[in-house]
Design a protein around this ligand. Sequence first.
Ligand code: ZN
Length: 376
Amino acid sequence: MGRGASGKGDLRAADWLVQEMKRRGAQPFEGTSYTHPFTYAINVFEGEMALGDGKQNWSPGVDYIIHSKSNSGKGKASIVYIDKSDSSRFKNSSLKNKAAVLPKLIFSQWMKKGNTQRLQWLYSAACIVLLTEDKLVMGLSDQVFPTVVFECKQSKWSRKLTHLHWDVEQAVVQHNAQNIVGKIEGTQVKDSFIVFSAHYDHLGAMGNSTYFPGANDNASGVSMVLEWINYFTTHPPKYSILFLLFAGEEAGLKGSTRWVEEHIPVLPQIRFLFNLDLVGTGEEGIMLVNGTLYPAEVERIKQINNQSKGLPFIKTRGPAANSDHYPFYLHKVPCFFLYTLGGIAYYHDVFDKPETLRLTHYTDVFQLITQFQNEW
Ligand SMILES: [Zn+2]
């Protein structure tokens, strides 16, 4: 179901991950539970999801996606096309009971400029379709527009279309999610931790028949963390190791933020955190986010890689709020966020599937980080 709040696939994934933690030999971190529960608000699409010209419904996820802030709605209406040239039409024409179709760029500009009059005019439409040449990228939100909003591939669109039919069911829900946490105790330094983290949630379902598999994002990272549980049960580590599998990442780092907020006293005990998110490619090497903050560590990783010749490049960049390492970074926990570069570019779409993810340098990444942290 795409491991999201929409469709509640994340709860099924959580159950499975708890079993895997046990089976592979990780201990609970606190008490007897492997879970850290939390709640967040999110706009979900669990019912009808249809858009078409009345003759046929188009393919969700391929021809169009729902905007993360779309409202519910069902109807049919004649189309009003809006261009850059006629962006002042809001003064003298009505969009009531119409389907408004316009380039996403125009909509983005109105949003950016806070163009309230034009936006209110647009929201009075029964349905809005934003046309884009870019890849369709699904997102998540807890906000809701006043009307139904789709994004559609410009190339799939015919200007001759006169009518649209649509049916969308959404609801903002309070979703009960859980982070999954396991531990392997160190042989020498028990109260100091190396952390391996990855988010196991993804975008969930879009309606009742489409979902986002999220193979690279981030089943790849989760499976590598699970591999490390196996590794450290047979190679007992000097420092204690924590395995943090976060939920709610795609909704805005919800799980990691809550875990950090509720574990402030533990944070100074973390020696280093490796966050993995999108590690299924590597044809163009890896990126270390926060690499610029830890040049000595980067240098050592490069030396190890020069010997093993596993990865074609080790690249670095500065801090970025783009995955679950970020709440830790804000609390001064030393950390890298590692993702692979190159290869297949499916991202936040229905094509990010296990069948096409080649895991080209998966073993190289695993061995590189394993060797690096074994030297501590
Ligand atoms: Zn991700």
